[in-house]
Design a protein around this ligand. Sequence first.
Ligand code: LLP
Length: 378
Amino acid sequence: MKIRELLERKTPFYLYDMTVLGKNLGSLKKAADHYGYKVHYAVKSNARLEILRKVKDYGFGVDCVSGGELLQSLKAGYTGSEIVFAGVGKSDDELRLGLKHDIFCFNCESLQELEVLAEIARHESRSARIALRIKPNVDARTHHYITTGLEENKFGIDFTELPEAMRIIESNPELNFQGIHFHIGSQITDLSVFRNLCTKVNQVLEWFRERSIKIEHLNLGGGLGVDYERPDSDEAKYEEFFGIFNDQLNLRAEQIHFELGRVITAHCGSLISKVLYTKSGIHTDFLILDAGMTELIRPALYQAYHKIENWSQSKAQSEYKYDVVGPICESSDYFGKAVRLPESKRGDLIAIRSAGAYGEVMASNYNLRERGEALFIN
Ligand code: LLP
């Protein structure tokens, strides 16, 4: 698409390149099929219908963490049998919704959730396939806000609670035990942590085998990270990622599932914005954009890096350093500090790259700002 056409649109907006998404899904499919692994797309990373439908075209299921995501997935054409429902705090209504659509699996995260799910299922004369999310206590070596598998994290049950969990399951025939679920965190780039996860999984598998409890499927995560510095040339390491599990897990006939979000959607999306003002400070020059933390909160919340490009000045030779900031009344409202860019002017088109995952879905209306549109190109 020509810059001129983009400049004519009202900014800010999200731009999704569906060819990039398709190519990525194709390589994920190839690698997953190679090992016979199933992938559920983590809707939380991007819940746009167009994206959900494209993911479905490649035969993947979905991983939902709310009733809203479940309904959106149904709207995109997924059937209950393709849906996994995770989340540490599923409401009664959300459990009912999952039961009504006879979803593939509820990933249960506490002893009390098991009891509540059983009671609701009994009341509705339904049964629930469930997996137990167990804390692996493995450090994902990622940002502490997106670490999920440590003892002090709120997710999952402790290994020591397993006997009690199985007692609850066995005494509630509405609960159909299917498997176990582990998740250590997101944006994982040090793949060696997955080896540590496999060691834990093998230990837990042994616990079940000693008791002759059959495991149909193992759901394993963390999320594979992406290279935010290289939005165009980053090839996801699917082969290497799946290969680790293939080498390390001590399996019998268990089916392996993964829930991936970021690595699928991050690079296909950019936040497109315009420079509203340029301003020189004593030590710092600012580019003030019409997009802010309301459109993309990751830099403000996690000090996350996103590559910033000036698409209007792509041929310029000069280089300046700018703090690229948004219009929101918060000092944390920035996209990058001391960013090297060509000399930039009011009205220039600025792209904040690799924003397809946890971008639009985390947008807010703070300062009563309008929600921008999304544009899908092929
Ligand atoms: N499954 C579970 C149980 C999860 O907690 C997550 C992410 C995923 C799957 C998907 O992980 P992924 O493949 O996307 O890494 N807002 C943060 C990310 C939060 C991720 C939380 N859990 C960010 O912008 O970095």
